[in-house]
Design a protein around this ligand. Structure first.
Ligand code: NAP
Length: 312
C-alpha cells in the first residue's frame, strides 16, 4: 500500500462525529475525509455531502473506507451495503442493535475480504492495557463498577437512545463492560440483572448487574443516567493478595494499591484511527462481540421495574 492517505466517507454527523471523529481524522493524517452522509445536509470543508450512503458510494467509487457514526439500530444494513461495495468499515459502539446482526456483519466482512473494525473507544487507553497486565499477575477477588452520569448532559435531545434498540443506560454502560472484558483474566457472565425503565420509554434509565467470572468472588455493576453534579465512571478491583486496582475517569486513570500509576490525556479516537489504518494495511478485522453479548444477556435475564416518566 502506498503512503497516500486513504479516502474516507463518514456517515452520521452527530455528537461523536463532531466531538471526536473529525478532529482525530485530521490529526492522525492517515485518512482524507472526502465524503459525508448527513440526513440533515450538514457539511464539512473539503468533503461532499450526500443524503444517503448509497448515493455517496455510487458517486465516489474512489472511497476506500467508511466510518459509521449513526445510532446502532441503523448500522447493520449500512455496514453490509458498504462492505458489499468493497469498502473497509469502522463502526461506533455499540456495534449493532442485536447479536445476530453483528454475527452477520463479521461473516460478510470475511466473505468480501474487507476490514470490519468494531470500535470500543474505552478500550483504547494505556491505563486499561496496564490494568489487564496487572490482573494477569495479581488475580482479582471482587470487582465493583460505578458508571453514573447525567443523560441530559451527554445525550441532549437524542430520542434514539430511548427507543427499542437504543440501549438506554447501556449505551454508556457498555463502555464499562468493554473495559471489564479486556482487563479480566477469564470470561464474564451475567448472573442477575435488575433494570429500571421510565414509564414512557422502551430502554432502561438504570441497571444493576451481578456478574460471574471464574475464580472471582463477586462482580457488580451499577449503571445510572440520573446522576447530576459529579459524574462517575469507575471500576474498582480488590485483588486476591489484598491490594487494590482502580480505574477512574472512564478508564483513563489507573491507581494501584492507592498510588497513581498512569493518567493519560484523551487519545482514544486517535488510537482508533491509527488502528483502523493498520487493520486495513494488514487485511484484518477486529470485532470484540463480548460487551454486546453481556448487554444482550442482561436483557434476556433481567427483571424490569418501572419508574417516573422521563422528559427532557
Ligand atoms: P447523535 O448525536 O444522535 O448522532 C447520530 C447521527 O447519526 C445523527 O445526528 C444523524 O446525523 C445520523 N443518523 C442516521 N440515522 C439516524 C437515525 N435513524 N436516527 C438518528 N440519527 C441518525 O448520536 P451520537 O452521540 O453521536 O452517537 C452515535 C454513536 O456514537 C452511537 O452508537 C453512540 O453510542 C456512539 N458514541 C457516542 C458518544 C457520545 O459521547 N455521544 C461517545 C462515544 C460513542 P445526520 O443528520 O448528519 O445524518
Amino acid at each position: 500500500m502506498s503512503d497516500a492517505k486513504l479516502k474516507l466517507g463518514l456517515v452520521g454527523l452527530g455528537k461523536i462525529a463532531v466531538d471526536q471523529h473529525l478532529p482525530s481524522i485530521s490529526e492522525t493524517g492517515l485518512f482524507d475525509l472526502v465524503g459525508i452522509v448527513s440526513q440533515r445536509g450538514l457539511t464539512v470543508p473539503g468533503a461532499r455531502t450526500f443524503a444517503t450512503q448509497a448515493e455517496m458510494l455510487a458517486a465516489m467509487p474512489e472511497l476506500t473506507a467508511v466510518a459509521s457514526c449513526t445510532p446502532p439500530s441503523v448500522r447493520h444494513d449500512a455496514t453490509i451495503e458498504a462492505l458489499q461495495a468493497g469498502k473497509h468499515v469502522l463502526i461506533e459502539k455499540p456495534p449493532t442493535a442485536s447479536v445476530a446482526e453483528l454475527a452477520d456483519m463479521i461473516s460478510v466482512a470475511a466473505s468480501t475480504g474487507r476490514t470490519l473494525f468494531a470500535t470500543w473507544h474505552s478500550q483504547f487507553n494505556g491505563a486499561v492495557d496496564q490494568a489487564a497486565s496487572i490482573l494477569q499477575a495479581r488475580p482479582p477477588a471482587q470487582v465493583n463498577i460505578i458508571w453514573k452520569e447525567d443523560v441530559r448532559r451527554w445525550h441532549p435531545g437524542q430520542e434514539w437512545i430511548w427507543q427499542a434498540g437504543g440501549f438506554g443506560v447501556f449505551d454508556p454502560g457498555i463502555n464499562a463492560l468493554s473495559i471489564l472484558v479486556k482487563i479480566m483474566p477469564n470470561p464474564v457472565f451475567v448472573a442477575t440483572s435488575d433494570m429500571v425503565f421510565p414509564s414512557n420509554r422502551d430502554t432502561p434509565i438504570a441497571a444493576s448487574l451481578k456478574l460471574r467470572s471464574h475464580g472471582v468472588d463477586a462482580v457488580h455493576a451499577e449503571f445510572d443516567w440520573r446522576q447530576e453534579g459529579e459524574q462517575t465512571w469507575t471500576i474498582s478491583v480488590t485483588l486476591r493478595d489484598g491490594g487494590t486496582l482502580v480505574l477512574t475517569n472512564g478508564g483513563t486513570r489507573l491507581f494501584v494499591d492507592g498510588q497513581p500509576v498512569l493518567a493519560e490525556a484523551d487519545q482514544e479516537y486517535r488510537h482508533i484511527y491509527r488502528r483502523f489504518h493498520e487493520l486495513i494495511t494488514q487485511a484484518k478485522s477486529d470485532v470484540d462481540a463480548r460487551p454486546l453479548n453481556i448487554v444482550a444477556d442482561a436483557m434476556l435475564l433481567g427483571v424490569r421495574r418501572e419508574t417516573d416518566a422521563f422528559n427532557w
